[in-house]
Design a protein around this ligand. Structure first.
Ligand code: NOJ
Length: 506
């Protein structure tokens, strides 16, 4: 894969949820020092780029998605000077850095919101009204909160996250300036949080037309630098609406949440893959393949349940999950995702096969979804538990004696250290897969191969590599060719159920 000015088209992007990645100063919260010390791990894993969740000063009402200052670094994570060092060190290793920008909402602790609270004449940058409407917050409860003088402000998420008013030109100016601030510091890309929500009308709060103009302006800013990428976080009802954000003068790519949410079902997967490829082709944008992130149930747990799809709202939380089945399918899904044309996202811990931690004590849950839903939604803490790096007991080399969320005792077999020593581990599957992917797969197209069984997904890439995933109940014979990698043990060239193999066929 070429790492020229279209590096992002086929990149493998590793998502670092900084709070839970590695703790350099021992206070229990992951930080920049921890990440800097683990850059060689990410290089060896085969990542091309790192996306970091918000690293800005924040009261952490929503894990940093409540941004108090878009031009600084949260002191718990480090300093701006350290962030600059991180960027330089990553670049030395040929790793790109992508940061998170949150344009839909701010923090009640931001200077602008504090000004608005103090002075009713300074409220136009937010959504203040004399009367609320009936909108509910995405985290539960009303989307409006009253301030002492009687007015109400809109927050599609937590009350600590007031929504910006994008009809105000100052908001536009501010964000274009913030983009330049970080591009000037060498950041290679920006993940745009809640990218479809910026504009609201009296009756709708997402996917309104003027938002596209915002991204046209942002694209011009990005294009005035070399090789920078804008990535949309867009949960939309269909791929056509998604593709409209990926027109050549708007965002470069977006997360493929249809693929992430898709059940482990051959027909559904094939449908989503085909739809993704055809709609992205209409705008010339590379598709992306995402199995997990910091907002969703870990794949190992999801794929072991009777219902293997992802549902918002924690509807499936605690339903029985067969760990062996889930693990086998997560391995097969990883090789399937890695073989598809376009970009790939890997969320920290996915490469270790971490399960969702479903039994966190309720009093330790920090995700506002939990409290806002009155406890009916467990929230997203279960996929945010600090990583196990080494050793036999918590904190498993995370750093410091007590990580901000407790790690399960039985993660000793899942540490990076233990898995590096085991050739058959999930970590080694990801390492080998990402290495092969870099030379043989990446951006491009695919050709489906006819197969006698519609529960087998088989396609060839232009490099001559064929990927076969068996989602049926019986072993199936593999096509001719040298087996390069398989997610499970093969017997006599038979591909077992819930297993994916890569072969060189030409
Ligand atoms: C999407 C982020 O991924 C999620 O973690 C956050 O809670 C919401 N946007 C609000 O910023």
């Amino acid at each position: 894969m070429s790492m020229s000015n279209t590096w992002w088209r086929g990149a493998a992007i590793y998502q670092v949820y900084l709070r839970s990645f590695a703790d350099g100063n021992g206070d229990g919260v992951g930080d920049l020092a921890g990440l800097r010390s683990r850059l060689p791990y990410l290089k060896d894993l085969g990542a091309d780029a790192i996306w970091l969740n918000p690293w800005y000063p924040s009261p952490m009402a929503d894990g940093g998605y409540d941004v108090a200052d878009y031009r600084g670094i949260e002191p718990v994570f480090g300093t701006l000077a350290e962030a600059e060092k991180l960027i330089a060190e990553a670049h030395e290793l040929d790793l790109k850095i992508i940061i998170d920008v949150v344009p839909n909402h701010s923090s009640t602790a931001s200077a602008w919101f504090q000004e608005a609270l103090a002075d009713p004449a300074a409220r136009d940058r937010f959504w203040f009204r004399d009367e609320p409407n009936d909108w509910q917050s995405i985290f539960g409860g009303p989307a409006w909160t009253q301030v002492p003088d009687g007015q109400w402000y809109l927050h599609l998420f937590a009350p600590e996250q007031p929504d910006f008013n994008w009809d105000n030109p100052e908001v536009h100016q501010e964000f274009e300036d913030v983009l330049r601030f970080w591009f000037d510091r060498g950041v290679d890309g920006v993940r745009v949080d809640s990218a479809a929500l910026l504009y609201k009308s009296d009756t709708a709060w997402q996917d309104l037309d003027p938002v596209h103009d915002v991204y046209r302006h942002w694209r011009r800013v990005a294009d005035s630098y070399d090789d920078r990428v804008l990535i949309g976080e867009l949960w939309l009802p269909d791929q056509e609406s998604l593709a409209r954000y990926l027109r050549p003068d708007e965002l470069h790519t977006a997360f493929n949440f249809d693929f992430l949410s898709c059940p482990w079902d051959p027909h559904e997967l094939r449908r989503v893959i085909d739809l993704t490829l055809t709609t992205h082709a209409t705008v010339g944008a590379p598709p992306t393949w995402v199995l997990s992130n910091h907002d969703v149930t870990r794949p190992v747990t999801r794929y072991g349940r009777a219902d293997t799809g992802f549902a918002h709202g924690g509807a499936l939380h605690g339903t029985p999950s067969d760990p062996e089945l889930g693990y086998r399918r997560a391995r097969a899904a990883a090789l399937l995702a890695m073989a598809l044309p376009g970009g790939l996202y890997v969320y920290q811990g996915e490469e270790l096969g971490l399960p969702e931690v479903e039994d966190l004590p309720d009093e330790l849950r920090q995700d506002p979804m939990y409290a806002r839903s009155g406890g009916t939604n467990p929230g997203r803490d279960g996929c945010r538990v600090p990583l196990p790096w080494s050793g036999d007991e918590p904190p498993f080399g995370f750093g410091g004696p007590s990580p901000w969320l407790p790690q399960p005792e039985n993660w000793r077999k899942l540490t990076a250290e233990a898995q590096l020593a085991d050739l058959d581990s999930m970590l080694n599957l990801y390492r080998t897969g990402l290495r092969l992917r870099r030379s043989l797969l990446g951006d491009g197209t695919l050709h489906w191969l006819p197969s006698g069984d519609d529960r087998v997904l088989a396609f060839t890439r232009e490099s001559g590599v064929t990927c076969v995933a068996n989602l049926g109940p019986e072993p199936v014979p593999l096509p001719d060719g040298e087996v390069l990698l398989a997610s499970g043990r093969l017997e006599d060239r038979l591909l077992p159920p819930d297993t994916t193999a890569w072969l060189r066929t030409t």
